[in-house]
Unconditional design. Structure first.
Length: 582
């Protein structure tokens, strides 16, 4: 049985986390005088921060070219207005203050340097995680290293610090974590290890290394320095030998292979226990016994989101070639044809008549047709990557399988991409990274000289075929794990949203109409809307928006950064609003 941890927080820390920037510590039975004495006090305080780790969810790619939702995204169509308050924005400071509150007080604790710095490293990790989200969202942000009081007027009313300055501080916090957190296997169950800090550090460096490169930005650290650090850090993770790309097993997750279709990829995401899984660097753990559960099993494939035609066409054929050149591609006249001889991850990610939909008392059933109604999987391509076939997992807030926070696949993808961006990606690099992912699903290896895709998506500029294929691999492997919007922003690649197929679903042919006969109507009054593109009819969710120019991005588009809440601008005259949001 896997070991689950349950957050244990005293009233003292619970009150602290309800504070905002200038609230003072509570006058309670537990105070600064009585609390900060043992390393266990530090652990209790740090426990609460684990709630800030990314939580399960099936909507993490909803505002990208990968997915369409039942109602259109105001963000993607540039219809947002600046928020009045900090509610539901990243311009909140409770977590930063909580981290800094700790940093101002832990020095009174008695213990060895290693015992104390373990928890200092945890807190600094969570500060870095929060600031990473902030600089991605806003660019320049104020950097704070103390918990502010009402008397700290200079700090409260300071202007924003430069993004590069804050980036340097984020890197310092994570490097402290690499130094003081325990090695993988020596950490307490479900807590941070050195490799968790390394993975986040590599993610930060890849993001800003490529952002600076493709947005032609200078400054220190440089794009090259950041990309080299991403390589160095991921090399360190790979060198530990602690991790592997795992073929997910049927055992413990309910899914079973069907008619020769193994589920090595999708089984990884519905495993009850990830703590012993060699692909897992850090997990959030769940169980019914501890009453800590989520509802990903209920939402996957039926929450008003569908994968786009453009995403579906990005899957290679089983010969390793894109559909634009492979003679194995059978076309999309029927849904069955579309899945034939494609990357096996395709039929493990998208519902189809081969993938088991339910397993009850050992008996398997499959869907006769994928959902394509206007409130379920709106494109006809339901994403079932995180969907368990066990009906018990579909109950509200009753999903018990663990959730990857960091997995080894991302480390390998970072390493390969950073090498390619620096021009140092050899076949040996590919064999130690991308090709391990391909081995899991028995796809041909990527070489340093891949076939150029004549139907490549348009980033607004050209990249080498190798970089293009590494980006493709990342898009497929990490689908709906929340990376795609960040990827498009850092690559300066928002032009991909102008492709009509990023707003379309299944091709509707006579064969498709017959499949859904009596279940779904296509076209006409009361039927699902269709859109004609290059002589074919496709399912479309919001036809009136197809001609809108709102999805086009410019070099100075305001959507590169979020708007600072207007109340904050009013309160602090030294804050300047991000361009385009004035």
């Amino acid at each position: 049985m896997k070991l689950k941890y349950i957050l244990c927080i005293t009233a003292f820390t619970g009150a602290l986390y309800s504070c905002d920037v200038t609230d003072k510590s509570p006058i309670d039975s537990v105070t600064d005088v009585t609390f900060w004495h043992t390393t266990n006090d530090l652990k209790i305080y740090a426990n609460k921060l684990y709630e800030k780790l990314p939580a399960p969810g099936v909507d993490k790619d909803n505002e990208t070219d990968n997915c369409l939702t039942s109602t259109y995204s105001q963000f993607l169509f540039n219809e947002q207005t600046a928020p009045a308050t900090t509610k539901d924005t990243k311009w909140t400071w409770e977590n930063i203050r909580a981290c800094n509150f700790f940093m101002q007080r832990y020095q009174t604790v008695e213990g060895s340097e290693a015992e104390i710095n373990l928890y200092v490293a945890e807190v600094r990790f969570f500060r870095a995680l929060d600031y990473f989200d902030k600089v991605k969202a806003y660019g320049d942000v104020p950097w704070y290293e103390k918990d502010l009081q009402t008397s700290d007027t200079e700090e409260l009313y300071k202007a924003r610090d430069s993004r590069d300055f804050v980036l340097g501080k984020i890197i310092e916090d994570l490097e402290f974590g690499v130094q003081w957190l325990p090695e993988k296997g020596k950490e307490e169950s479900a807590r941070l290890s050195k490799d968790a800090a390394r993975t986040l550090l590599a993610r930060v460096c890849l993001y800003f290394g490529t952002y600076k490169k493709y947005h032609n930005e200078s400054g220190s650290p440089t794009a090259e320095e950041l990309l080299q650090k991403a390589i160095s850090v991921t090399n360190d993770v790979m060198a530990t030998g602690n991790y592997a790309i795992v073929k997910g097993t049927d055992a413990g997750c309910g899914q079973k292979a069907f008619d020769g279709y193994p589920l090595y990829y999708s089984n990884q995401f519905v495993q009850e226990d990830l703590l012993s899984n060699k692909e897992c660097i850090l997990a959030r753990v769940y169980s019914e016994a501890s009453n800590v559960m989520h509802e990903t099993g209920r939402q996957a494939g039926s929450n008003g989101t569908g994968l786009t035609k453009d995403f579906v066409e990005s899957f290679l054929c089983k010969d390793g070639n894109p559909i634009s050149v492979s003679d194995k591609y059978k076309g999309d006249a029927t849904l069955t044809d579309e899945f034939v001889d494609r990357d096996p991850r395709m039929y493990q990610i998208i519902d189809n008549t081969n993938k088991p939909f339910t397993v009850t008392n050992g008996e398997q059933t499959v869907n006769d047709y994928p959902n394509c109604d206007g409130t379920g999987a709106v494109t006809g391509y339901p994403c079932v990557k995180f969907r368990s076939p066990e009906p018990a997992q579909w109950e509200a807030r009753h999903t018990t399988y663990d959730w990857f926070v960091f997995r080894y696949a991302e480390v390998l993808l970072i390493n390969a991409e950073a090498h390619a961006e620096l021009g140092t990606c050899t076949q040996d690099v590919l064999d130690k990274t991308i090709n391990l992912l391909r081995d899991r699903v028995e796809m041909p290896h990527l070489t340093t000289n891949p076939v150029a895709d004549p139907a490549a998506i348009d980033y607004g500029y050209t990249v080498t075929p190798l970089i293009y294929e590494i980006r493709r691999e990342r898009r497929i492997e990490l689908i709906t794990e929340g990376f795609r919007l960040d990827d498009l922003k850092r690559w300066n690649g928002m032009k991909v949203l102008e492709n009509p197929k990023t707003m379309l679903g299944i091709r509707v042919t006579d064969a498709v109409r017959k499949l859904y006969e009596g279940k779904v109507n296509f076209g006409g009054e009361g039927g699902r809307s269709l859109y004609e593109y290059k002589g074919n009819s496709y399912l479309v969710q919001y036809p009136d928006m197809m001609s809108s120019g709102g999805r086009k991005w410019t070099a100075n588009d305001r959507r590169w950064f979020s708007a600072i809440p207007t109340d904050e601008i009013t309160l602090n005259p030294n804050l300047e609003q991000n361009p385009g949001w004035e």
